[in-house]
Design a protein. Structure first.
Lengths: 339, 258
């Protein structure tokens, strides 16, 4: 147990060290942008994992919180000023709005059985998409608008470090969250909601907590995404964002937190390289087709995702070791009993 | 003395079928009462009404003199009514220890702690381990619950119920589907609980020898009605019960249907 724990920490710090040192070794623009994008979608996918992987809630409306974050930051930077303090304030405002809305939507919809809930989240996110399209005076509708990011983020590397810091902070916070007593109850809800109720837990409260945590984290991802593009349009509210998060979570491994991060890396990287191939092979302009195939293969062969499958292998291996131990220890005991 | 649990004309109808029919019963404190009756007599439905899974069509349940009509199942558990399920109902993909730990955590009211690591609540884990020892599952603590045999799941079910530390235990056929060798362990566990003397136990069971061994009193349900309630001798002497169990009433019932 101790051994495994320290292994986890070593892995974490090693990865962190590599990511911190990387810009000093190779600061190519494409790499920095790609990694920043991976971090941002990693945050989004982790937040989705809280819902899907830990609480067992399938939401088709996660994009609305991402969109809320993205729009709040963009609008505030455009309308007020492009200073760092306004940016930080806009993140807080975005989180508050997303938290409030996820609380409200959760309270209204989480009483329902899962598929009705999924449908309703779809409806709500559709509603927000329409608002973003029609409230032209602020959102400029479908065309969206560009804005100036805070000067400090003009440097890609500074922004890279900022997003990395956010990622690490969110990762640790969510890791603590899922391992807290409340986090354990979320897992219990996923496993057997009726039983959780009969143990005296009000499961609705926990589902709402999960929904608020996921919503606020997604809004942070949205804010960072808007800064990375310095542009926002209605695409941040669309189903594609939710599907991306879903895909990353499932490919990486539901209910693992690290999995969605890995999933985000795999998908963003694949997207990057596949669309790069389009120059030579026109079929790759439709890289989404390959995603479809990838998705189907993942669900068939790795239903638990990359991390989930690895974990299963690890457990099986440990079980085998244990059994070996047992048989070698159990035999003398048998003898004693006969005597 | 006010009985700890009491029902008054407790009735539930499903469409035209009356599953529990005007049942009045009293449950003295620290007492073990068994409920017997043929299949479909309404025993589990009666439990569901007491535990709040179902709401009665008429009548009410009283816990320490307080009406439970407005209380949800969650509130009833928190007040002190714990139940086990006839069909094993555990968290399949969690470890045995985690199953019990979650139950202890509920009892300890550790519900909304978002940041501390759950393992830092040492007392909770220790209590869970203690309960696993009581139900003879301590050697399986790290096994996933799906890997357990049926009998082991039943034991786990009892451990989780005990973890809630409720004053009343509603045990719905704790030996259902168990092999004959496993029954004595369950019997032993219930006997241990009874001997500790601080629980009121209501038990649904089919195995007569077990009922005779454990019960302070017995109540008989038949077609949703309370046929008899009393000590073993009373029940044995009761003619309606004899008829019901010898099939008399049942035949009558059949001819009625025809």
């Amino acid at each position: 147990m101790k051994n495994k724990l320290s292994l986890k920490y070593v892995g974490f710090f090693l990865m962190l060290a590599i990511l911190v040192l990387l810009p000093f070794v190779n600061d190519s623009r494409t790499l920095m942008i790609l990694l920043t994008q991976i971090f941002i979608f990693g945050i989004l996918a982790m937040s989705y994992d809280i819902l899907l992987g830990y609480t067992g809630i399938v939401s088709f409306g996660h994009a609305m919180f991402f969109g809320i974050g993205a729009y709040t930051t963009s609008v505030m930077l455009k309308q007020m000023d492009n200073t760092l303090s306004i940016f930080l304030l806009s993140i807080v405002v975005g989180i508050l709005i997303a938290g409030f809305i996820s609380f409200l939507v959760g309270l209204l919809t989480l009483r329902l059985k899962s598929h009705f809930f999924a449908m309703l989240t779809l409806a709500f996110s559709g509603l927000f998409l329409v608002v973003a399209e029609k409230w032209r005076s602020i959102t400029y509708g479908n065309d969206g608008f560009t804005f100036r990011a805070p000067d400090i983020f003009r440097d890609r590397i500074t922004f890279y470090f900022f997003v990395l810091a956010c990622l690490v902070f969110i990762f640790i916070a969510l890791y603590r969250f899922v391992n807290s007593p409340t986090g354990r109850i979320l897992i219990a809800v996923r496993e057997n909601e009726q039983r959780t109720k009969s143990l005296g837990y009000n499961t609705l409260h926990y589902k709402v907590i999960a929904s608020v945590v996921a919503g606020t984290v997604a809004s942070l991802a949205g804010a960072l995404y808007a800064i990375s593009l310095r542009f926002v349009n209605t695409s941040v509210m669309t189903m594609d964002i939710t599907l991306d998060a879903l895909l990353m979570t499932i490919i990486g491994g539901v209910g693992t937190l690290v999995g969605p991060l890995l999933g985000a890396a795999v998908i963003e990287y694949a997207q990057h390289t596949l669309s790069g191939l389009a120059r030579d092979y026109p079929i790759f302009e439709r890289w989404i087709i390959f995603f479809g195939i990838l998705y189907i293969l993942a669900v068939i062969f790795f239903p638990k995702g990359i991390i989930g499958s690895l974990r299963m292998m690890y457990w099986k291996w440990r079980l085998k070791l244990k059994e070996k131990d047992k048989t070698s220890v159990a035999q003398p005991q048998e003898k004693e009993r006969f005597e | 003395m006010e009985p700890i649990l009491r029902t008054e004309n407790l009735t539930i109808r499903f469409g035209g079928h009356t599953a529990v029919d005007h049942v009045n019963f009293n449950m003295p404190e620290k007492h073990l009462k068994s409920i017997i009756g043929p299949n479909g007599a309404g025993k589990t439905t009666f439990f569901n009404l007491i535990s709040g899974e179902l709401m009665p069509s008429a009548g009410d349940v009283y816990f320490k003199g307080q009406s439970l009509a407005q209380k949800s199942a969650i509130e009833r558990t928190r007040m002190g009514l714990g139940r086990s399920f006839q069909i094993t109902n555990v968290f399949p993909n969690l470890t045995v220890l985690e199953n019990v730990r979650l139950a202890v955590q509920s009892k300890e009211k550790v519900r909304y702690q978002l940041f501390r690591h759950y393992k830092s609540y040492k007392a909770i884990t220790e209590k869970a381990e203690e309960l696993l020892t009581l139900v003879l599952l301590d050697n399986k603590r790290d096994a996933l619950t799906t890997m357990l045999s049926h009998g082991e799941k039943r034991k786990l079910e009892i451990a989780m119920l005990l973890a809630l530390d409720t004053e009343i235990l509603l045990l719905d056929e704790p030996t259902a589907g168990m092999s004959l060798e496993e029954v004595p362990t369950i019997l032993e566990i219930i006997r241990t609980i009874k001997k500790q003397g601080d629980k009121t136990i209501l038990l649904i069971e089919h195995k007569m020898d077990m009922i005779l061994d454990l019960s302070d009193s017995i109540m008989v349900l038949f077609n949703g009605q309370l046929l008899a309630d009393g000590t073993l001798e009373d029940i044995m002497k009761n003619e309606t019960v004899q008829n019901a169990y010898l099939g008399g009433l049942y035949d009558e019932h059949l001819t009625e249907i025809k």
